[in-house]
Design a binder for this molecule. Structure first.
Ligand code: PMP
Length: 321
């Protein structure tokens, strides 16, 4: 659908996937006024299709919109539209376990002008794509490179918004880490370059001193919906959650002295991904025996159990199509 200042959102439509036609000077191409979301639909054993916390995604989308000076969406309207779309394309929701339909709502600024000011025209669209398992090597723990040469976001910046520029800024570090054989980059805070923020496309949790420690939401990391869900499940298991920034030293020393037992990333695409190794400058530490930890596996089973309908949804996270 389209947005024009004065008219608001209009012309909702469903069209076959294909190229967009944009003016070469349109605002998104020059000034990166763009936001997006990522969520999934799951096929259940009875054939029904479930969305996981879609309202949270659209509410985050609206917070990203506010940060990027873009118009908000009517959450009820887009959710209804999304359900209609998935209902029409229900064959696209794959059937085998671990697979899902990835949903990518996106908004771009389409005003044709050269000059830095918010656009008066926008396009909102949703892409659907069936996806398989996130990691090609199966469930083996990932190797993470701790970056202190680049930063992804800084206080007062756009780190909390799901906007393309954050990802563009992170490409160089990810490429360099991949060339060295690492799966992901762990970002540190921009001020002291000492405290954990998040990983490429995941939030990160540590089982440290028997508590689950994860970075606080202070505007520089994404308020992950999987993070929120996992923290709720951790509390359900009777474990304590500590929202504080772990330092690099705590990772390096904790892996050696046994205070750091497990680490795992959380994200819509990555689900719950075990971390086996951290490398910082020329030091590499391995967690436990390098295999997936017990808590990590348990949380993965709990979360996917709720998503695929094998466990009861006691939190009201699931919306059926
Ligand atoms: N951090 C970043 C930078 C991400 O791109 C993602 C993926 N959306 C996450 C964290 C995890 O967020 P969520 O659990 O909502 O997918």
């Amino acid at each position: 659908m389209d947005y024009d200042a004065g008219e608001g959102w209009h012309s909702p439509r469903i069209v076959p996937y294909g190229p967009l036609s944009l003016d070469p000077s349109c605002a998104v191409l020059h000034y990166a006024q763009e936001i997006f979301e990522g969520l999934k639909a799951f096929r259940r054993p009875d054939g029904n299709i479930a969305l996981f916390r879609p309202r949270d995604n659209f509410e985050r989308f609206n917070r990203s919109a506010a940060r990027m000076c873009m118009p908000e969406l009517d959450v009820d309207f887009v959710l209804k539209a999304l359900k209609t779309l998935i209902h029409l394309e229900s064959d696209w929701v794959p059937k085998s376990l671990g697979t899902s339909l990835y949903i990518r709502p996106t908004m771009i600024a389409t005003d044709p002008y050269l000059g830095v000011h918010p656009s008066s025209k926008y396009l909102f669209y949703i892409i659907l794509s069936p996806v398989g398992a996130y990691y090609k090597n199966g469930f083996s723990p990932v190797k993470i490179y701790i970056s202190d040469g680049y930063v992804r976001s800084a206080p007062g910046g756009t780190g909390e918004a799901k906007t393309g520029g954050n990802y563009a800024a992170s490409l160089k570090a990810s490429m360099e880490a991949a060339a060295l054989g690492f799966d992901q980059v762990l970002w540190l805070d921009a001020v002291e370059r000492k405290y954990v923020e998040e990983v490429g496309s995941m939030n990160i949790c540590f089982l440290y001193d028997g508590k689950v420690v994860t970075s606080p939401l202070k505007g520089t990391i994404l308020d992950g919906i999987t993070r929120r869900s996992i923290l709720a499940l951790v509390k359900e298991l009777g474990l304590q959650v500590e929202e504080r920034a772990l330092s690099v030293d705590e990772i390096l020393e904790g892996a050696g002295n046994g205070r750091l037992k497990e680490a795992f990333g959380t994200g819509t695409a990555a689900v719950v991904s075990p971390v086996g190794q951290f490398t910082y400058r020329d030091r590499t530490v391995t967690l436990g025996d390098g295999r997936m930890g017990e808590l990590t596996g348990r949380l993965y089973d709990m979360l996917t159990g709720i998503q695929y309908g094998k466990l009861p949804d006691q939190h009201g996270w699931v919306e059926m199509i």
